[in-house]
Design a protein around this ligand. Structure first.
Ligand code: 3H9
Length: 699
């Protein structure tokens, strides 16, 4: 069956890309499209051609799964097909709905005209995969919408809606009703003969403004420094767009093609593509059929109107789901609601959402002070402080007041979900939904499966994550679950490094340069140091005495330094500023602790900091995999990419580990274990994979 369907309406041929799920322009679709297009172009009875997509969208672009495979090299290539379309002797109109992304939009740019359904996403997101548009996008888009607007779309990779695309000149007409009918009508309104042809390559008018602004590219490079830090593709994209202005079309196109070919084999692109696919794989649960029934979530409740509870409630409201939020003390409730209102107002002020959107979200959030006023929510998420007794009390009450079908979820980040579930008579309906702070911003949702959590509850909670715009990853019950358990291993070593000779600013700089948005100490100051301190104090009695423990963080808290909220923590802060400043007082404290513990301070370089922080984190990931607490290495990567800002261009910790080589990591860990003891003992799975020359990707 051909991947392109041909039909005819009067003298217009309609070619429909029909290659589920996203009309990816892999070899099968390219071959079929080239043949069908050639036939239509050669047919003297055909006056015009409409190109459209079947199913949910026009096209999501090149088939990413074929990159690095011989199929991607097999003709006809996408640039060849687009050139053929552009040079056809009859007008070609793209009829676009759903998404026209990457090569999909490039295909549409090769058409003389574009008709689109309002709301369609149109964009060149290639940079998010570590590449640039490689089928003429960097040369044609500036010719259609001008250089400045094209730079924005190509370098940020963010799609625009068809309405905006229309205003930019990328869409010639917004379809009122059926897009194919609209495109056919559009063809019929075109002038006869050559007057209807409009090859994009020949369009020069939109380039004029940039020709008069020689500073444009250098200025643009300055604005992208922060967001594009450590990334190659955005800068390469600017160079290619620059070529659209400084070179003839064919030369610019060739330059783009060469740049694309170089980037597509780069380690950054491999890592970013890995990130794309593991995120989608994380939505699939082993042993849970795709058609597992899910419950409808049309109403929700949140227990606790603190920072987490408020952020979680905002997620529901943003998704249009009414949510009751409970705080027993009215004053605390009002304070929490005010913070929510303030967060929305800040988004309105920054132009991120409209005042109308804020009003509709606020109208969906209702504060209550009594469990009996929770109504009949489809799901309740408990987000109170981390104390088992308090959580059990809440769950007992929830079980008593909520309908038997209501899913009862806990936002705990450390406690045993099974113990919480046991207090109810519906353990199948109990699950962990661990959001990350700020919960209305961070995209990770660790869904924690208890021993008795039902398949339906799991499927519903995973679907809910998608509905809330989150990335759901299913994990098992253990202390800290996947993310925080690995984080402990990382922070522990960063503290030990201070005792051995490092300083917070040095350690943070090394991890920032590695690609994290912030180092562990600046993150600690941002999150607040008192929370961890309370947990450590509560656990002090059960802490194994044979394991190394760093007292520095406790000593800092004893000084009343809780981080940014007290303008002092690991760093100090000027009033009203969030910029960490190295503090001699902390340096003195660290040196004193080193002396007390008998460590002779030594210089520690960046490479050692990275190894010392990242390898134990990876080692913990290996233990988590062996214990079956994460389904696959890619799930761990997804947790770290979306919950902890792990540099995406490194693919996540487990992917990064494979790029380093597990043998090397094992060797370093073994040496560290000899020097520093138990915390650094290589995990059995790491040992086994290293010994057999395999990586996590082989599992
Ligand atoms: C490019 O075009 C290069 C050119 O410039 C140059 C060429 C020479 N390829 O995300 P979903 C799969 S680079 C292969 O869950 P949604 C996806 O893995 C490309 N597979 O759906 C999933 O598979 P599974 C530039 C793809 O509705 C299934 O389709 N384009 C591709 O939430 C459904 O996907 C992009 O970067 C692909 N291109 O979102 C766009 N796209 O079911 C990438 C998707 O087995 N795609 N799949 O897990 C997207 O952003 C989203 O998929 C989209 C739909 C918004 C389209």
């Amino acid at each position: 069956m051909s991947a392109v369907k041909t039909s005819q309406i009067s003298k217009t041929v309609v070619l429909t890309l029909d290659h589920a799920p996203v009309n990816g322009l892999g070899l099968a679709l390219r071959t079929a499209l080239a043949a069908a297009f050639q036939a239509a172009a050669d047919d003297p009875d055909v006056a015009a051609i409409v190109l459209t997509g079947a199913g949910r969208m026009f096209s999501a672009g090149a088939d990413i799964t074929e990159f690095d495979t011989p199929k991607s090299m097999t003709p006809p290539s996408l640039p060849e097909i687009i050139n053929m379309i552009e040079q056809a002797n009859k007008p070609v109109v793209a009829a676009i709905h759903g998404n026209a992304l990457g090569g999909g939009l490039e295909l549409a740019l090769g058409c003389a005209y574009r008709v689109a359904v309002p709301g369609t996403n149109m964009g060149l997101p290639e940079v998010s995969l570590g590449i640039i548009p490689g089928a003429g996008g960097t040369q044609r888009l500036p010719r259609v919408i001008g250089v400045a607007a094209a730079l924005d779309m190509i370098v940020t990779g963010k799609p625009v809606k068809a309405e905006k695309a229309h205003a930019l000149g990328l869409v010639d007409e917004l379809a009122d009703g059926d897009v194919v009918q609209a495109a056919v009508k559009f063809c019929q309104g075109l002038p006869a003969g050559e007057a209807a042809l409009r090859p994009t390559r020949a369009r020069e008018d939109k380039l004029g403004a940039a020709r008069d602004d020689p500073q444009l590219f250098d200025d643009y490079r300055k604005t992208m420094a922060r967001k594009a830090r450590g990334l190659d593709a955005p800068y390469a994209a600017v160079e290619c767009v620059e070529a659209s202005l400084t070179q003839e079309f064919d030369a610019g196109h060739l330059f783009e093609r060469k740049t694309f070919k170089k980037l597509v084999v780069s380690s950054q692109s491999q890592a970013l593509r890995h990130a794309f696919f593991v995120e989608r794989a994380a939505a699939k649960i082993d042993g849970l059929p795709r058609d597992t029934p899910t419950q409808e979530i049309n109403s929700a409740a949140v227990i606790g109107c603190g920072t987490m509870g408020g952020g979680i409630a905002m997620n529901f409201a943003n998704a249009g789901i009414p949510v009751n939020i409970l705080e027993v003390e009215d004053a605390a409730l009002q304070k929490g609601l005010e913070i929510i209102r303030g967060n929305y107002a800040a988004s309105v002020a920054k132009g991120r959402i409209s005042q109308d959107k804020m009003n509709s979200c606020m109208a969906l959030i209702k504060g209550v002070t009594d469990f009996n006023a929770l109504g009949e929510p489809d799901i309740v998420i408990e987000a109170i402080y981390e104390k088992m007794d308090a959580k059990k009390e809440v769950f007992a009450k929830l079980h008593a007041v909520c309908p038997p079908d209501t899913i009862l979820a806990t936002n705990t980040s450390t406690l045993d979900v099974d113990e919480i579930a046991a207090i109810t008579k519906r353990p199948g309906k109990v699950i962990g939904t661990h959001f990350f702070s700020p919960a209305n911003v961070m995209r990770l949702q660790e869904n924690v499966r208890g021993r008795k959590t039902s398949d339906e509850t799991i499927a519903t909670t995973m679907a809910l994550a998608k509905k809330l715009g989150k990335v759901g990853v299913l994990v098992g019950v253990c202390d800290g679950f996947v993310g925080n358990r690995m984080l402990y291993a990382y922070s522990r070593q960063s503290n030990f490094l201070l005792e051995e000779g490092g300083l917070p600013e040095q350690v943070d700089k090394a991890l920032y340069d590695f690609g994290f948005p912030m180092g562990p100490f600046a993150v600690g100051d941002l999150a607040g140091l008192d929370v961890g301190w309370l947990i450590r104090k509560a656990r002090a009695a059960t802490r194994p005495s044979n394991l190394r423990y760093s007292p520095i963080a406790d000593r800092i808290c004893e000084m009343g330094r809780y981080g940014q909220k007290t303008s002092a923590g690991w760093f100090r802060y000027e009033p009203g500023s969030r910029v960490p400043i190295a503090d001699p007082e902390i340096e003195k404290l660290i040196i004193q602790v080193s002396e007390e513990l008998g460590y002779e301070r030594r210089p520690i370089d960046e490479a050692e900091i990275i190894q010392r922080c990242m390898y134990p984190l990876i080692n913990e990931g290996a233990k988590i995999l062996a214990e079956g607490l994460a389904q696959r290495p890619g799930d761990i990567d997804t947790v770290w990419l979306y919950g902890y800002g792990f540099p995406r261009q490194r693919g996540g910790p487990m992917f990064y580990a494979d790029t380093v080589g597990l043998k090397k990591i094992y060797d370093v860990m073994s040496k560290l274990y000899d020097e520093h003891g138990e915390w650094l003992k290589p995990a059995p799975l790491l040992t086994e994979l290293a010994a057999t020359g395999r990586g996590f990707g082989d599992l």
